[in-house]
Design a protein around this ligand. Sequence first.
Ligand code: IPE
Ligand code: IPE
Ligand code: MG
Length: 238
Amino acid sequence: MSDEPSKVPQHVAVIMDGNGRWAKARGWPRLKGHQEGAKSLRAILRACRDHGVKYLTVYAFSSENWIRPKAEVSGLMSLLKTFLRKQEFELHENKVRLRMIGQMADLPGAVQQELQRVMAATAHYPDHHLILALSYGSRAEITAACRQIARKAKAGTLDPEKITDATVAQHLYLPDVPDPDLLIRTSGEMRISNFLLWQISYAELYVTPVLWPDFREPEFAAALADYAGRHRRFGDIK
Ligand code: IPE
Ligand code: IPE
Ligand code: MG
C-alpha cells in the first residue's frame, strides 16, 4: 500500500447535473434548482479545502446549453454573476485561485468583467484552484488546439514529426493543470456530455443518482472514499 500514489485525488472534476429535476420534483421553477446547486458548489469547494483536493473543475455551462430557453440561460448567467460576487471573499479567505475554461467571449459582457476581475484578484494563489467550465465544449477545445498546432507547423516553428500527446496537451486551455484523477457526475446519467474528453483518459469515474442540489459534503466524502478504494493500473498489471 505504501508505494501507492496518494489516496486523495489531486484534481476532482464534476459534471454538476440534476438541478432541473430537483426543482421539478418540488413543483418549483428550474432556476430554483440552479440556485440550490450554487450552494452545493460552495459546499464542495469548502470540502476540497478540508480534504486536501487542490484542483476542482466544475462543468457549469456547456457549449450546448445555449440552446436552452432564453429565460433559463439568462437566469443562469445572472446566477453566475451573483455567485462570483458572493464567493469572492471566501476565495480570498481560503487562498483559492479562480480560473476558467471555455469560450469567454460567448458570455455576457457583465459576466466576463466579473470573471476577469475575480480571476485577476486571485491569480497569485498557487495552491488551490477552482476552475469553472463556462460555454465549454471539449471538442471545441481540442479543435482549437489542432488549429494552433497547424499554424505553428505551417509557419515552420513546429516539426509535425515531433508532435506528441504532450504537444496537444500544451495547447489546451490550462496546460499547467494536471489531469483530473476523479470525475464525478451527479443525477445518474452515464455520459460525458463533451466534458474534458482528452483530460479524463485515465480518470476514475464516479456516477451517483444524487441530484446536484443534494450533493453536499457527506456525498463528496463518499466519492473520495470510493476513489481511495480504487486500484489505478494505467495499463499495467500490478
Ligand atoms: C445542470 O442541471 C446544470 C446545467 C446544465 C447548467 P440541469 O439544468 O441539466 O438539470 P437537469 O439535468 O435538467 O435535471
Ligand atoms: C452537462 O449537463 C453540462 C453541465 C452540467 C453544465 P447537461 O444536462 O447539459 O447534459 P446532457 O444534455 O444531459 O447530456
Ligand atoms: Mg442536465
